[in-house]
Design a protein around this ligand. Structure first.
Ligand SMILES: Nc1ncnc2c1ncn2[C@@H]1O[C@H](COP(=O)(O)OP(=O)(O)OP(=O)(O)O)[C@@H](O)[C@H]1O
Ligand SMILES: [Mg+2]
Length: 333
């Protein structure tokens, strides 16, 4: 008797789950999604197996199934009903898995961007306060305290840069970044970016070498965002160059595009890291610990260049040179 009750409960639960999935699936338009068909058929097979199973325990129901308690029924129940049913269900859920993972990923991204947003204001004021104290305008500071304050200043600067990068990436991924495109002289833009990045020279005595040759023209870009891309390419070239290296810049023109190339004679990029260069938070293992940065620079640069109608790429020869370039359409095109 208990067997029958349990079998009935199982059949009802299966039917309810089937109905529930069908209902949410319908409301969310899931019917067309891959996996949905597998899940429906999977549950139907399992249900079929269950019904056969119930009749095993309930003699008077055998007329309904006709087959009776035979090997054919056992085959249909265990093999066709349960085994095929569960395999189909499993395949269906596998298809649904990416959608679930994406949902979790979205939740994580929302969390990271909210936290970053909340961090930005207090961080900016901490940075400002330390800067005022280190500048000495509030009074003389002992040498040892000065050194400690400078470390705090550098780290709060790094943290602010990281928070800003995370917020930029978030905006770019969610189409929330507005670009203010205006026509600009390409040579002037590049010269100004090189000038603004000169401070990198001091660290490893790296020199930027930009000789605007005969190329000239206009590009329609957001100058702040253009600078953001240039800053990242120039700082990368300096970071990954050998001491006293020279980073060369070139502008070339072809097929309606200007190509800006940043060429360094550093160690290059190992083959196994090539697919990850433009991925968020990716840094080659060899460099990540001592070079600083977060690995967001190139992911942001790629999005920005593409939003301005261009494309970004690189070529590298290990131990010889790396060329990062980006192309922007000539204006008017
Ligand atoms: N010119 C280069 N030479 C060698 N490796 C490079 C070069 N440019 C980028 N890379 C590799 O690509 C990784 C990603 O670069 P990306 O600019 O995205 O991050 P980052 O410079 O490490 O940090 P961030 O730009 O966020 O401060 C770098 O960590 C480095 O491993
Ligand atoms: Mg970088």
């Amino acid at each position: 008797m208990w067997d029958i009750i349990l079998e009935c409960i199982r059949a009802v639960v299966i039917a309810l789950i089937l109905f529930y999935i069908w209902k949410i699936g319908k409301n969310r338009g899931l019917n067309r999604q891959k996996g949905w068909g597998f899940i429906i058929y999977g549950w139907l097979f399992v249900l079929f197996g269950s019904v056969l199973d119930i009749t095993d325990n309930f003699e008077s129901l055998n007329w309904l199934i006709i087959i009776g308690d035979t090997e054919t029924e056992a085959f249909l129940e265990k093999f066709v009903g349960f085994l095929i049913g569960y395999i189909l269900l499993f395949i269906g859920f596998l298809f649904w898995l990416p959608a679930g993972v994406k949902k979790v990923e979205n939740l994580k991204n929302d969390f990271v961007s909210t936290v970053s947003h909340e961090l930005r204001t207090p961080l900016t004021s901490i940075y400002g306060a330390i800067k005022i104290v280190t500048s000495g305008v509030l009074g003389e500071i002992p040498d040892r305290a000065q050194a400690t304050l400078e470390i705090a200043l550098r780290n709060s600067d790094r943290l602010t840069a990281l928070v800003n990068d995370i917020l930029d990436m978030d905006k770019l991924e969610n189409n929330g970044m507005e670009l203010f495109l205006k026509p600009h002289d390409i040579v002037k833009l590049v010269s100004e970016a090189v000038e603004a990045n000169k401070h990198y020279d001091n660290k490893k005595d790296i020199h930027y070498n930009f000789e605007p040759k005969s190329v000239s023209g206009i590009v329609n870009v957001d100058s702040d965002r253009f600078n953001q891309v240039m800053n990242n390419l120039l700082s990368n070239a300096a970071k990954f160059s050998k001491p006293n290296g020279v980073v060369k810049l070139e502008i070339t023109a072809n097929n309606g595009f200007f190509r800006i190339s940043v060429i360094d004679n550093g160690n290059g990029i190992e083959e196994e890291f090539l697919p990850y260069v433009f991925q968020k938070f990716s840094q080659a293992r060899k460099t990540e610990n001592h070079m600083g940065g977060t690995g967001l620079g190139l992911a942001i640069s790629k999005e920005l260049v593409e939003k301005m109608g261009g494309r970004i790429g690189f070529t590298t020869t290990v131990g010889v040179e790396t060329i990062f370039y980006f192309e922007l359409p000539k204006y008017p095109n």
